[in-house]
Ligand binder design. Structure first.
Ligand code: ADP
Length: 597
């Protein structure tokens, strides 16, 4: 029975170790159980002996089985308990090995125990062999090896106890007692003429029970872990489902993939068996396939630990969808290698919204140019009239001067110079107007915002005076530099000035005051456009809604454009009421060192 139980344990543990080589403690347990089974069977053979020769021969084998158990006990201590002084253990095993070699050489009788008498006694109604022996010179080696093994186990138990492995320490201590008592009993039954049969196998039964205990606590732990794992997997899949995410694991060495049902649906894969990462790449858009395959590899072919990738997939219907995969490379549990794990979500809606936003922004930009053109066409016509008129009158003057008998060349030169200046001013106006209307890539320059404001006021001079607006503007000392796109800055300021002028339309001409201020505040330059108009009828958020307008000919885009320009420069736009004075102040800040987003 004992041998049977031991064999069963040897097989179970051996199989565990065979399947999972890193479970070395199971391998050690298997060896220990095999040794115990062997020892028990040999003991059975000894008890059934009827001749001295037969007994002596099996006594030699008995020695071999105890040596095997010594090695197994050492391995259990090392792999299961992680304690024990190797030197002591190996010394004990070495002595045993020496005795095995000697005993197998055939001279066992004379050197170890010489069986001098064999009698058939009785134990629990069964006949058993009882022997008397004469110890040989090597007997002391056996005893020494026994003491060394006992010491090894006591030391290992103490170390395990100190390391907090109390339960395992007690098991090892029990081994020590067992080995010692078993050894003593073995010697007593062989040595003297005690009349006692050599039976120590029953002492091995508790060893088996202890191993069972360890095993079952492992099984219980495994079951607990499994239920926790199932629970955490359930939670994970609930979370993943709520986030509409498909989860995946890829074994990098084999390319094999594990996918959740949602991931399979996303990549239009049907089977779960033997899935390969290349199967998922099938529906990736051809232009994105290379990036998809190299998601975890950098330019030098090195593995990236974490990576995010946005890519398109081509549905059989021809529809293009956008996915985003996020993953990280982790060392695979167990057999080494690397595991890629992560999640994929469908971001098509977000991508489409982004595209629409971009299209809308482009549309607004186009409309803004149209709006500015309609607002400024009159101004430009008026502005151009003045230099054209001056050129005409100057040209006529020049002609008159030349008709004289002796024309004053110096006078003519002066008149012509004025024509050139007027032409240059006309060219400047046309040039500025054109640049305001042209669609172009943003160009950042470090410019003085004070100069920029002066430039815009000069450009709008005609329009402002036509509207009867008094401009309060002091250029000041500090240039207030910032990185801006000059044309966009002009568009922004022109929109705010036109709004301010519109808000003052109902005021008497002497009450139409437009005040501009530019100041450096901390890391930003702040520009204020203050009017004495009707004031704010709504909060800024409402005014900023595209197409919101209170004007009969308004487009409701001026402030939207103003805010998008300020945002693009990393700044902020706000509006305040001038109470108790009338009117409103629109302000914006632009970071001095900022750049366009
Ligand atoms: P629009 O000028 O075409 O109406 P905007 O987006 O520039 O479009 O302005 C939206 C609305 O905000 C205006 O119709 C006006 O009611 C209000 N608004 C803008 N600037 C001012 C201001 N300086 N004072 C009072 N109200 C203003």
């Amino acid at each position: 029975m004992i041998a049977g139980a031991c064999v069963a344990f040897a097989v179970v543990n051996g199989l565990v170790w065979w399947q999972k080589r890193e479970a070395r403690q199971n391998g050690a347990f298997a060896l220990l159980a095999a040794g115990a089974a062997l020892l028990t069977l040999i003991e059975l053979e000894l008890l059934a002996s009827t001749t001295i020769e037969h007994y002596a021969q099996w006594l030699g084998h008995y020695l071999l089985a105890t040596s095997l158990m010594f090695v197994a006990i050492m391995l259990v201590c090392r792999y299961h308990v992680g304690a024990g002084r190797d030197l002591l253990g190996w010394l004990a095993v070495l002595l045993r090995a020496l005795m095995v070699i000697v005993s197998e050489s055939g001279d066992y009788q004379r050197l170890y125990f010489e069986v001098t008498r064999l009698e058939i006694g009785e134990l629990l109604g069964q006949s058993v062999a009882v022997v008397s022996t004469k110890p040989g010179p090597l007997t002391v080696l056996g005893q020494l090896s026994l003491v060394l093994m006992t010491l090894y186990l006591v030391d290992a138990a103490a170390t395990a106890w100190r390391n907090g492995l109390r339960q395992r320490a007690l098991h090892v201590a029990y081994f020590a007692v067992l080995i010692f008592l078993g050894g003593i009993w073995g010697y007593v039954s062989l040595w003297s003429s005690s009349g006692a049969p050599l039976i120590i196998a029953p002492l091995l039964l508790p060893v088996v029970v202890l191993m069972r205990f360890d095993l079952s606590s492992n099984v219980i732990r495994a079951l607990e872990l499994e239920s926790r794992l199932v629970e955490s997997e359930r939670r994970l899949s609930l979370t993943a489902d709520a986030a509409r995410a498909g989860l995946w694991n890829i074994d990098l060495s084999t390319g094999r993939a594990w996918l959740t049902p949602r991931t399979r649906d996303m990549f239009l894969l049907s089977s779960t068996e033997g899935m390969h990462v290349a199967d998922a790449a099938q529906i990736v858009h051809p232009e994105d396939r290379r990036r998809f395959r190299r998601m975890f590899l950098d330019e030098a072919g090195q593995l990236r630990t974490a990576s995010t990738l946005e890519f398109r997939v081509l549905m059989p219907s021809g529809e293009i969808r956008w996915y985003e995969s996020q993953g990280s490379a982790e060392p695979a549990a167990g057999a080494g290698g690397t595991m890629l794990m992560g999640a994929t979500i469908d971001i098509t809606t977000r991508k489409r919204a982004e595209e629409e936003r971009l299209q809308r922004a482009q549309q607004i930009e186009r409309l803004s140019r149209l709006a500015i053109m309609s607002e400024l066409a009159a101004t430009v016509a008026h502005e151009l009239n003045q230099p054209l008129a001056s050129m005409l009158s100057n040209a006529e003057t020049a002609l008159l001067l030349l008709e004289r008998e002796s024309p004053d060349i110096e006078e003519v030169r002066k008149v012509l110079t004025e024509i050139v200046a007027a032409d240059e001013r006309a060219a400047m106006i046309v040039q500025r107007f054109r640049s305001l209307l042209k669609s172009r890539e943003p160009q950042l320059q470090n410019i003085s915002l004070r100069d920029a404001v002066s430039g815009v006021l000069a450009f709008m001079r005609g329009d402002l005076s036509r509207r009867g607006v008094v401009v309060q503007w002091e250029p000041g000392e500090d240039p207030c530099n910032a990185m801006v796109d000059a044309v966009r800055f002009d568009q922004l300021l022109i929109n705010l000035i036109i709004n301010a002028c519109d808000a003052m339309n109902t005021k008497r001409p002497e009450d139409r005051i437009l005040a501009l201020a530019v100041a450096q505040r901390g890391d930003a330059v702040v520009v204020d456009v203050r009017d004495s108009g009707a004031g704010l009828a709504q909060d800024l958020n409402t005014l900023l809604e595209p197409l919101y307008t209170t004007k009969s000919d308004g487009l409701g885009l001026g402030l939207v454009i103003a805010r998008s320009v300020v945002d693009a420069h990393g700044g902020r736009l706000w509006a305040t009421s001038n109470a108790p004075a009338s009117g409103a102040t629109f302000s914006f800040s632009i970071p001095s060192g900022g750049g366009m987003a």
